[in-house]
Write a protein that binds this ligand. Structure first.
Ligand code: FAD
Length: 385
């Protein structure tokens, strides 16, 4: 029938292969350490080395720039599979690729691509994205970090907060170059930890995703040369919004990975745990929870894969990325909450993984735009359409 051939839910053989490869790595090398990584609250550099060896640090970056050159769906499968066992490691990778390496690839000069994208894709440099400030999170245009013109470059002063991979090497950051021009007075800079005036502030003690590190960055009379301006002066807000459009799909993938990990444990527990003379899975109340969890998880997965599929075809993803991120993150908090419920008191004890999944899930509703901001983006797009 005409049109039917347009819908195909099957993964390609290449996508199947990357999923199997990442799943094997995650289950064999990450899962056994996930609990300890959560307790240690430190980024596992040795596992980063393994991501390098598996060519995952530049999974969607073209081969020409040192990456694996795979598609967005393959990248989402990668994030989902790692998140299924350790959401902290997954978000470190997703931030490195989506909001640090990708904007330099998209908006950078040839020289910036050679200098930064190539070593970042190969994992030799770890990247971060430093936009949020103590008094400007959702309100990205409200930043107060300034960049003043000097011979050959700009001098930055300000504080960035909640920066994932803050102890990394390269950061895409924003500062006001023309404070009177509102969001059109913001410029993007590529800064490195070696710059004079760059320092780390507090390390945040987080509820979850503790295998990723989160730092404050302090810029004190930090001189950034002209060849480290990304895009044109005044383009910073546009670059940030375009970057987040694509990266939000990755947070959606992280959320479905967390939800799947918790769901698998809840399903197994429902079959093992005995009460009133049999497994708790025979109770209607438990079955209702499992069914609701599975339906939401499958719906979220379809939204995430669809947004990634659109991205691979060069279609606009503004609304779809926000829908995927919003629904997947709220699904993750729903599913992990029910997974704890199905475990009863044991769900509240650290020996069981579901309490970690429950803590890890919440942040997906907060970063790269809160759920309220995603609803704003979706509604604006609906009204425009
Ligand atoms: C673990 C972690 C890692 C992070 N990593 C990074 C990173 O790598 N780089 C980076 O730049 N940032 C990062 N962030 C920051 C994150 O993106 C912000 O916390 C987030 O955007 C929200 O900003 P805020 O915390 O200032 O909250 P606010 O913006 O102060 O929001 C507070 C509340 O008000 C609501 N609200 C705000 N504006 C509106 C509105 N217009 N309409 C309706 N409701 C509204 C929000 O939804 C929220 O509920 C990270 C945060 C965390 C927790």
């Amino acid at each position: 029938m005409p049109g039917l051939g347009d819908v195909d839910f099957a993964l390609t053989p290449e996508q199947e292969l990357i999923r199997t490869t990442v799943r094997t790595f995650a289950e064999q090398e990450v899962q056994p350490r996930a609990k300890a990584l959560d307790a240690e609250d430190a980024f596992p550099r040795d596992l980063w080395q393994r991501l390098i060896e598996l060519q995952l640090t530049g999974v969607i970056i073209p081969e020409r720039y040192g990456g694996a050159g795979l598609d967005m769906v393959s990248y989402m499968l990668t994030i989902e599979e790692i998140s299924r066992v350790c959401a902290g490691l997954a978000v470190a990778l997703s931030v490195h690729i989506s909001v640090a390496t990708s904007p330099i690839l998209l908006f950078g000069t040839d020289q910036q691509r050679e200098r930064f994208v190539v070593p970042m894709a190969k994992g030799a440099l770890l990247g971060g994205f430093a936009q949020t400030e103590p008094n400007a999170g959702s309100d990205a245009a409200g930043i107060t970090t300034t960049a003043s013109r000097r011979e050959g470059g700009w001098v930055l002063n300000g504080t960035k907060t909640f920066i994932t991979n803050g102890d990394g090497d390269v950061f895409v950051t924003t500062a006001k170059t023309d404070p009177a021009a509102g969001h059109k007075g913001i410029t993007t800079f590529i800064v490195t930890k070696e710059l004079d005036g760059f320092s780390l502030g507090v390390k945040e003690d987080k509820m979850g995703i503790r295998a990723s590190t989160t730092y404050e960055l302090l810029f004190t009379d930090m001189f950034v040369p002209d060849d480290q301006v990304l895009g044109l002066p005044g383009e910073g807000f546009r670059i940030a919004m375009a970057t987040l459009d694509a990266s939000r799909i990755g947070i959606g993938a992280q959320a479905i990975g967390i939800a799947q990990g918790a769901f698998d444990q809840a399903l197994a527990y429902a079959q093992q745990r005995q009460a009133f003379g049999g497994p708790i899975g025979r109770f209607g109340a438990i079955q209702q929870m499992l069914a609701d969890m599975a339906v939401r998880l499958e719906s979220a997965r379809l939204l995430v894969y669809q947004a990634a599929w659109r991205k691979d075809r060069g279609l606009d993803v503004n609304k779809q990325a926000s829908m995927a991120k919003l629904f997947a993150s709220e699904t993750a908090t729903f599913v992990t909450n029910k997974a704890v419920q199905i475990h009863g008191g044991y769900g509240y004890i650290k020996e069981y993984d579901v309490e970690r999944y429950y803590r890890d899930a919440k942040v997906t509703e907060l970063y790269e735009g809160t759920s309220e901001i995603q609803r704003l983006v979706i509604a604006r797009q609906l009204l425009k359409e």
